[in-house]
Design a protein. Structure first.
Length: 482
């Protein structure tokens, strides 16, 4: 069971370890724009509960938690003998609270492929003591037991993803082109203080060989008609030579990446021939600028400077390579009112990025999310953030909705308005209406022209309060005009 709006790579990673010995089914709550209601999900899951060995649920901290809890409770009522396993970042970051309150029988902490194999074998043998399985949390005589951690294993030892387990709709997320999300590596060797990746994987990294990764992409192309991929790795360029060989293989296959996660320092390393390859294989890069202030970048141990960001934006803008720069606002620092300085410096840098690239680059802003296990989580708590004492409370911890006591009231709403409305309309390639209805297309084309004018004015004067037009757009969309 999975919800994210992307191909469920987490569940595919687990499924490949259990098939073909076991009959594995994947139920996705959300794939792109295809979202299933609670009743439909319960019905689909219920159809596979007879003789079910394990029901796996993977979730991240955020909105998906509520649905995961509801599904778990539903299965617990209708099939009380089924063993339920939770995995994903939230289970890994908060195992004790999650196991106590989720209704799950087990949690997989960190990398789950080997843990799930050992757990499935133990359940088949009707064992009751699971203490020898690294990376597992379980209940014993009413208390939570967290086993020793499991070391990050080389992903090359695992079988390929069983993409055939997915419904055909999973590959139709880009109009007119079949696409898929792929993952070629796990973890990240860096230590950014805001990122939960280091808390889950201990700043370790493991990646498929270039040959293996290209073979998997080739299979997606040949067997499922995929021509566009999204590389979901946290740090695709952790091994530079491997990444370049993968992109070269994609070029030979005629497959492009819609986007790739990358660091500033990695992209600055690229030589002219590398950038030529990027133009042939990558639509745009997702890059964490994080801040327009060097003091903030040093504070979060990002390992880059504002000057580095400017150099990258200028170089890639001149060479026709697009980058989506992401900024993180609301970093918990000791100086009162720092958030306003963060915002001002980020807006100034974003202005320069957009101008130097003639709006080929894009920028987006997010509010800091205090993930458990990260150094900045502790700092946020020191500054007044109260972690939820119930698992349901973590479902509201999102990029725009997190309430941080040291930020001004309404700050997160302004950031959401900037990113999801103003900056979208500033991008020349953005189309408000994505459908084919000619009447709706003409109507929304006119509406977009008007809204784009207001967006330009707001950006020019950096005024993001009273977003009345944002509410009008939401009402139009709610009425189904698209």
């Amino acid at each position: 069971m999975y919800r994210q709006g992307e191909i469920p790579v987490q569940l595919l990673a687990i499924a490949r370890m259990l098939a073909p010995k076991h009959d594995v089914r994947i139920v996705a709550a959300e794939l792109g724009l295809v979202r299933k209601g609670q009743q439909q999900l319960e019905r689909e899951i219920g159809e596979g509960l007879d003789n079910c060995l394990l029901l796996g649920v993977t979730v991240m901290t955020g909105y998906g938690l509520r649905q995961a809890i509801a599904i778990t409770q539903s299965v617990r009522k209708t099939a009380p003998s089924v063993r339920i396993v939770w995995g994903g970042w939230h289970a890994s970051l908060l195992p004790e609270q999650t196991l106590e309150q989720s209704g799950a029988d087990f949690l997989v902490i960190g990398q789950g492929e080997l843990t799930i194999v050992e757990l499935a074998a133990a359940v088949e043998r009707h064992e009751t003591n699971f203490s020898r399985i690294p990376g597992l949390a379980w209940r014993h005589e009413g208390r939570v037991v967290i086993n020793e951690p499991r070391a990050l294993a080389d992903v090359n030892q695992f079988p390929p993803f069983p993409y055939e387990l997915l419904d055909d709709v999973a590959y139709g997320q880009i109009a007119g082109c079949r696409s898929a999300g792929v993952i070629t590596s796990v973890g990240c060797p860096f230590h950014c203080d805001f990122c939960a990746d280091s808390a889950v994987y201990g700043s370790k990294w493991t990646g498929l060989s270039a040959e293996r990764a290209v073979a998997d992409i080739s299979r997606l192309r040949d067997e499922h008609g995929v021509r566009v991929i999204r590389i979901l790795d946290s740090n695709f360029f952790a091994n530079w030579d491997r990444a370049i060989r993968i992109l070269a293989g994609m070029q030979e296959l005629g497959v492009r990446a819609q986007w790739v996660n990358a660091r500033v320092d990695a992209l600055l390393r690229a030589q002219e021939q590398d950038r030529r390859l990027f133009r042939e294989t990558v639509e745009f890069f997702l890059v964490g600028a994080e801040s327009g202030d060097d003091n903030v970048l040093d504070f979060i141990h990002k390992g880059q400077s504002v000057q580095d960001i400017r150099r990258l934006a200028d170089l890639y803008g001149r060479e026709g390579l697009a980058i989506n720069f992401s900024f993180l606002l609301g970093i918990p620092m000791d100086v009162p009112g720092t958030w306003q300085h963060e915002l001002d410096s980020a807006l100034n840098l974003a202005d320069d990025i957009l101008r130097v690239s003639h709006f080929r680059h894009r920028v987006q802003f997010h509010v800091f999310t205090p993930y458990p296990g990260t150094p900045l989580f502790k700092k946020a708590v020191e500054m007044g953030f109260s972690p939820p004492d119930r698992i349901e409370g973590w479902s509201s911890l999102e990029l725009f909705s997190t309430k941080l006591p040291y930020l001004a009231p309404g700050f997160a709403a302004q950031v959401e308005f900037m990113t999801t409305y103003v900056l979208q309309l500033l991008w020349p390639g953005y189309r408000f209406y994505q459908g084919t209805n000619p009447l709706a297309k003409a109507l929304f084309s006119t509406i977009q022209s008007i809204l784009s004018a207001t967006a330009r004015l707001r950006w020019r004067y950096k005024y993001f309060r009273h977003p009345f037009e944002f509410h009008v757009v939401k009402k139009l969309l709610a009425r189904g005009l698209t």
